[in-house]
Design a protein around this ligand. Structure first.
Ligand code: NAP
Length: 575
């Protein structure tokens, strides 16, 4: 049995034995290189973590081509940096990840551009579109850094940097339109057809979700678990195209109980008339239930509130240097907590709405393969509930799905394509999957898909969670794959079974030689789960593994991993 599942105690092995006795797109097609020698030659590059920057870059590239420019599209991960000094017009779309980090695929390019080897770029004209999230202090940092560095290297701005928050579509469209105008003024491209400036994405999208019926909502953590994790299955009204690695965007509604306490804290009634999205009128309460983020506290809301209240405590955490304090404050509070602690008299519904962000869809990694179940989309939903200052806080989408959507009711959804988290094209390629908590979700899809394809490549799954007995998500499925020989190796790490905390990276470090051998032999590595601590800690463990097994310095090991990222052989889906 221990050969079936590594890293379990005798008691855990006995339990598993009992169970068994009782009884289962390809990376970006880059370089649509168009080598037509032309004075209108433009290169569009993207640095994308979840696919938004890539989609925008693709749309921009398509528009350029349609307007007669010899445009070339590439990912920062595969773009040959030696070309940089030959570029005449460079348009770069990049997101920022985590606490101001470049996306995984852009790490090596970023290090090159910021480093001493970067060339002078006098002949180049450029424009940068930066995607980010204003909730973070280092909003759009990667785009800002690249924009400043290109200028410092002598390149000229064709158009000022664009910066987009979570609802990026409109700002991105305006930026692209202006860049195209600036380009048209510079060159003389052929007569332009109508500008598309929209991404050629799937049939449903954020703005046009597809209704999906909730058909399953099953708790998959034990009764004694400290967590409530649900396996959710949805049947879309029209067939949605998705691939393993994609996520499902769920367009949620706020809890009416929260709308009530929120209004009370804002000292408003809810019946105030406000404009709706179609130029008509609606009640404030209705608008809050469906259109605005009223739970997750963010820097922009605090900035409004600090201005209105002039509260020194709020102002201090928004100052440079207040980031740690801000992070700790935002941690488990919501907007209602702030409004209660720092009340504002005489606020109008209009003022309040100006301070709120749109209610953003929530993305869940799809936990099923369309080949295995074409009619449903499965998700692994960790239900967010915690108490703070005597009030129960509930995650917007997770508790909506788990508690408030009745079985048979409809949920608006869309597929969020994630080209940056893809199975290898060749089914003979071995894959090593590392997932903590609900981060195992996409690996259920990966294994279903590869099992159906009869993939000959080996599979190694490393999972981590809190308690073996309560939180071993999908254990029966993993063990069945293991028993059938589809999964060659399964390692599990449990952090709250008493004694020392064991995490996924400890399992990787313990198998250092084998991990490196998988990578060296062409295997692909996938990491999914928490972005704040798990992913950086796993990355640090991988640096240690590569340094140890190749007998190289940490810097060289880091470069090795960046190269794997750039090749698409080390991919992460981290939130
Ligand atoms: P969780 O219980 O909070 O964490 C899962 C396991 O990871 C626990 O054993 C935890 O240990 C451990 N852990 C904590 N810190 C770690 C570290 N630095 N390195 C390695 N392991 C560490 O998990 P969850 O509530 O399921 O959340 C998982 C995360 O995945 C969330 O951030 C979620 O947003 C993200 N995610 C979800 C999906 C999805 O589709 N559902 C997809 C991608 C990402 P202790 O808590 O005992 O220390």
């Amino acid at each position: 049995m221990s050969s079936l599942l590594e890293g379990l105690s005798h008691e855990q092995v006995a339990w598993v034995s009992g169970y068994l006795a009782g009884l289962g797109a390809a990376p970006l097609a880059v370089s649509q290189a168009d080598h037509v020698a032309s004075r209108s030659e433009v290169t569009v590059l993207h640095g994308s973590q979840t696919g938004n920057a890539e989609r925008l870059a693709r749309a921009l590239h398509a528009d350029l081509m349609a307007r007669g420019f010899a445009a070339r599209l590439d990912s920062l991960g595969t773009y040959p940096t030696a070309r940089l000094k030959r570029e005449r017009v460079l348009l770069l779309v990049t997101s920022t990840y985590g606490e101001g980090e470049p996306p995984d695929t852009a790490q090596a390019f970023y290090a090159f551009l910021m480093g001493e080897r970067a060339p002078r770029l006098e002949p180049m004209k450029f424009a940068v579109l930066a995607l980010g999230d204003r909730a973070y202090e280092r909003f759009c940092q990667t785009g800002r850094d690249i924009d400043a560095r290109l200028e410092a290297l002598g390149a000229t701005r064709l158009h000022p940097r664009g910066e987009c928050d979570l609802d990026y579509e409109e700002a991105a469209r305006i930026w692209a339109e202006q860049v195209l105008k600036a380009l048209a003024a510079e060159s003389a491209p052929s007569a332009a057809p109508a500008l598309r400036l929209v991404s050629s994405g799937p049939a449903s999208d954020r703005a046009h979700p597809c209704p999906a019926t909730l058909v399953e909502n099953t708790r998959i953590t034990g009764r004694g678990s400290s967590k409530d994790v649900r396996h959710v299955a949805l049947a879309p009204a029209t067939s949605l195209v998705f691939a393993p690695g994609d996520a499902l965007g769920v367009v949620p509604r706020n809890d009416l109980r929260l709308v009530e306490v929120f209004l009370e804290a804002a000292r408003l009634q809810g019946g105030e008339k406000v404009s709706d999205t179609r130029g008509g009128e609606t009640d404030l309460a209705q608008a809050l239930a469906t259109r605005f983020e009223i739970r997750a506290l963010s820097r922009p809301f605090l900035a409004h509130w600090a201005r209105w209240t002039e509260a020194p405590a709020l102002q201090a955490m928004l100052e440079p240097g207040g980031a740690d304090e801000l992070k700790a404050y935002v941690g488990c509070r919501d907007l209602t907590d702030v409004m209660r602690a720092f009340p504002v008299e005489g606020l109008t519904a209009r003022d309040l709405m100006a301070a709120l962000r749109p209610l953003a869809p929530r993305l869940y990694s799809i936990a099923s393969s369309a080949k295995a179940d074409p009619d449903h989309i499965h998700l692994t939903v960790g239900v967010v509930r915690y108490e703070h200052q005597g009030r129960l806080h509930r995650g917007v989408a997770s508790t909506w799905l788990a508690e408030r959507v009745e079985s048979g009711a409809e949920v608006p959804v869309y597929v969020h394509v994630n080209e940056r988290f893809r199975l290898p094209e060749d089914p003979a390629t071995p894959i090593l999957m590392v997932g903590a908590g609900t981060g195992v979700a996409p690996f259920r899809a990966f294994l279903e898909e590869r099992a159906l394809l009869g993939a000959t490549g080996a599979h190694w799954l490393v999972v981590g969670d809190r308690q073996f007995r309560q939180d071993f998500l999908y254990q029966r499925e993993w063990l069945d794959y293991r028993r059938k020989g589809i999964l060659q190796r399964l390692d599990a790490a449990f952090s709250r079974d008493g004694g020392v905390k064991t995490y996924v990276q400890h399992r990787l470090l313990a198998a250092s030689r084998e991990v490196y051998a998988w990578l060296a032999e062409g295997g692909h590595l996938y990491v999914c789960g928490d972005a704040a601590t798990m992913a950086p800690d796993v990355h640090a463990a991988l640096i240690e593994i590569v340094a140890r097994e190749r007998s190289v310095a940490r810097e060289e090991a880091t470069d090795y991993l960046h190269a794997l990222m750039a090749e698409g052989r080390y991919q992460r889906d981290i939130y």
